[in-house]
Ligand binder design. Structure first.
Ligand SMILES: [Zn+2]
Length: 346
């Protein structure tokens, strides 16, 4: 069995529609009344949006029910689904901890509460019966003030047992006026040993070359090979990896067809830039990681060799995977031990 790694998955978008709808029926009277039928809810939840901003609005629906009290409920189901249906051996979860705190508290109290949110997510991700190596990435957010984003970076540094990296999210068109601020925060994070990724070059309005030198991985980054391929040698030199999340670009209206990704993969392979294929919001899209792989193969965007290279890259660029190789190499070892006289089919 092949085991996979997903490097880009949002906690908010990771709840599959069936789990969320059932949660409403059990615990949220108002939302249960708004969506009495599952089919109607699934249609609303997973339909394509016309822009990234409209798509991100949907996250607030999930964020409103993911609180300190309910997070273990959702994370247990997330880990169970990832283990059973997606064969994940490794998963990095990302979220903005501030948006999981109690909105009735003051800003400083909410900052204080972020610590327990990180702990709850970390503990809930360790499920004995569904073992997956997990990591956390804390997202700064373009809608949050500097003090909160700085507190998010500080928290990531302090909680190194749970958190490996920081990210910037909230729609890449909104960073323009605060670029210096975000560069400063990334510098601050790198100086303190944190790893970095960032939602960038996802849309045509989110292309900021100034931020690139501070990122170890690039969240999406598809506009680089599409519009600015001249930047690719720099990315290869810095050993940066693109986190490409195919279904997202259809749901946000960024691409019309996944076949447009062929240029992204071809140019990156040619330039020696790694790509990890990820889900972004597997629940919101109702598309799990193996189906992202299969869709790309079916549409001839990539072949099996390229898929394997991307799967290898995912483990290589994982922030919290403690081994040099992907888990399949361990199974290959076991396979030759079972009957060493038989050759392995090459
Ligand atoms: Zn994302």
């Amino acid at each position: 069995m092949a085991l996979y790694a997903d490097l880009h998955r949002h906690l908010g978008g990771s709840v599959v529609p069936r789990v969320l709808w059932r949660y409403f029926q059990r615990h949220e009277e108002n939302l249960a009344e708004r969506f009495p039928e599952y089919a109607e809810f699934e249609e609303f939840y997973t339909r394509e949006r016309t822009s990234l901003d409209e798509y991100l609005e949907l996250h607030t629906l999930v964020e409103s029910v993911q609180t300190a009290k309910t997070l273990p409920y959702f994370i247990y189901r997330l880990i169970r689904g990832a283990y059973i249906f997606e064969n994940l051996a490794y998963l990095e979860l990302r979220y903005t901890p501030y948006y999981r705190t109690d909105e009735h508290l003051s800003q400083s109290e909410r900052i204080e509460q972020m610590r327990s949110i990180v702990e709850i997510v970390g503990l809930a991700s360790r499920v004995t019966e569904y073992p997956i190596v997990t990591g956390q990435i804390l997202c700064m957010h373009s809608r949050l003030p500097y003090e909160v984003n700085k507190a998010i970076v500080d928290l990531a540094v302090e909680m190194g047992d749970y958190v490996q990296a920081i990210d910037i999210a909230g729609g890449d068109s909104h960073y323009a006026t605060r670029l210096d601020e975000f560069i400063g925060l990334y510098r601050y994070a790198l100086d303190r040993g944190l790893k970095t990724t960032g939602h960038l070059y996802e849309t045509r309005d989110g292309c900021y070359p100034e931020l690139l030198p501070y990122l170890q991985r690039i969240g999406h980054g598809i506009q680089i090979p599409l519009l600015y391929p001249e930047l690719l040698p720099e990315l290869a030199e810095r050993k940066q990896c693109l986190e490409v999340c195919p279904t997202t670009y259809l749901k946000t209206g960024t691409l019309e067809s996944l076949t447009q990704l062929k240029t992204v993969f071809d140019r990156c392979f040619e330039a020696g830039v790694d790509i990890a294929i990820c889900t972004d919001n597997a629940g919101l899209h109702n598309v799990r990681l193996p189906f992202e792989y299969e869709n790309l193969l079916t549409l001839d965007v990539i072949g099996f060799d390229q898929l394997q290279a991307c799967q290898d890259a995912a483990f290589r660029h994982a922030f919290a995977w403690p081994y040099g190789q992907r888990p399949a190499s361990l199974l290959t070892g076991l396979l030759s031990v079972t009957n060493p006289k038989l050759p392995l089919y090459q």
